[in-house]
Design a protein around this ligand. Structure first.
Ligand code: 4NP
Length: 149
């Protein structure tokens, strides 16, 4: 099964989500999952993740090897079982590019904190908030997945 996290630039939120999810599945010995991330925009294509995203992942001892920002394309979209976007703009962008599809979900639909989008830390500068929302949402997503797949 393939899970793809999507944000705008693929340097702040979706890379953080990718490595939180990889760490979660490794610790729970969940196999046969391919987890990646990409952006809807090409502003940072080929770049490393944002410095503050690295700081957060390092703070929580979450490995973050081998990352380069990339842009979503048809192959990534078609091969994914779940496309997990961060906010309403990402949702619209993905639907506009590839059409409405049940596999496109907003990660905060699984969040039990009081958020209906993951605010963009590129603007808010609050990367700790991003981590808290993503950790909560990803844990709940995997519980849902176990019940639904
Ligand atoms: P991300 O954050 O979508 O969470 O990676 C952003 C990164 C870069 C820009 C916007 C959002 N930008 O405008 O360059």
């Amino acid at each position: 099964m393939k899970i793809v996290f999507v944000c705008l630039g693929n340097i702040c939120r979706s890379p953080m989500a990718e490595f939180i999810a990889k760490y979660y599945t490794k610790r729970r010995k969940i196999k046969n999952l391919e987890i990646s991330s990409c952006g809807t925009a090409n502003y940072h294509e080929g770049q490393q993740m944002h410095h503050e995203t690295k700081v957060i992942l390092d703070r929580y001892d979450i490995p973050r090897f081998g990352f380069r920002a990339k842009v979503i394309n048809k192959e990534i979209f078609d091969s994914a079982n779940y496309i997990l976007v961060m906010d309403n703009l990402n949702y619209e962008d993905v639907v506009n590019k590839f059409g409405q599809n049940k596999k496109i979900l907003k990660i905060t639909d699984f969040c039990s904190l009081n958020y209906n989008e993951v605010p963009d830390p590129w603007y808010s500068k609050n990367f700790e908030e991003t981590y808290e929302i993503l950790l909560n949402s990803i844990n709940n997503f995997f519980m849902w997945l176990k019940l639904n797949d």
